[in-house]
Design a protein around this ligand. Structure first.
Ligand code: AMP
Length: 178
């Protein structure tokens, strides 16, 4: 039997974003489920997290939600497994645990925090999964520009910059997740 593969998906908690971004989130979730990945997320009903959770249920996939206890009231009701943490920092650590890929969907500062921490750990050889940010409609172009600025100014080495890729479509992402 093939080993279980896990992907951590970092997503927005906002319920007020362009519907096109949530549609891309659904398609990315479905693609990951059909490639056999167990989804790991922040596990709440909020924003894109809830959208991803609904899609895992529809796809008949497995979903591990990792939540700090103080967010108990927002827990998504039908997760395959719920992992409780005491802090947001512990939550990030547990979300990444055992995953072979990390995917940031378009999100806000929480998503950015999760993504950048993962990239920093990868740079230090403390995370060995693939790292992606789904660049629908150029959402992550400002982050790409910032990373390239870091390389140009010697703040980030080119091999570390290459640890993250920015697929522009779900098809491209799916190809990279195979
Ligand atoms: P953001 O991208 O700022 O919407 O934050 C979403 C991400 O940060 C999620 O992946 C969560 O793990 C975490 N997060 C930040 N704020 C919240 C919140 N109010 N409810 C649930 N998760 C949150």
């Amino acid at each position: 039997m093939a080993l279980e593969r896990r992907i951590v998906i970092f997503c927005s908690a906002s319920g007020d974003i362009d519907p096109k971004l949530n549609q891309a989130a659904r398609e990315a979730t479905r693609a990951a489920c059909s490639l056999g990945y167990t989804i790991v997320s922040g596990g709440t009903v909020r924003g894109t997290m809830g959208v991803v959770a609904d899609e895992v249920v529809k796809a008949g996939g497995r979903h591990i939600g990792v939540l700090p206890r103080f967010m108990r009231e927002y827990a998504y009701p039908s997760l395959t497994e719920t992992v409780w943490t005491d802090t947001m920092a512990e939550r990030k650590e547990r979300m990444r645990l055992g995953t072979s890929a990390a995917l940031a969907l378009p999100g806000g500062i929480g998503t950015l925090d999760e993504l950048v921490e993962t990239l920093t750990l990868a740079k230090l050889h403390l995370y060995d999964g693939k790292i992606f940010a789904l660049n629908i409609d150029g959402f992550f172009d400002p982050l790409i520009a910032l990373l390239d600025h870091y390389v140009a100014t010697g703040m980030l080495d080119a091999p570390s910059r290459a640890l993250i890729s920015f697929p522009e479509t779900v098809e491209e992402l799916a190809g990279l997740l195979k």
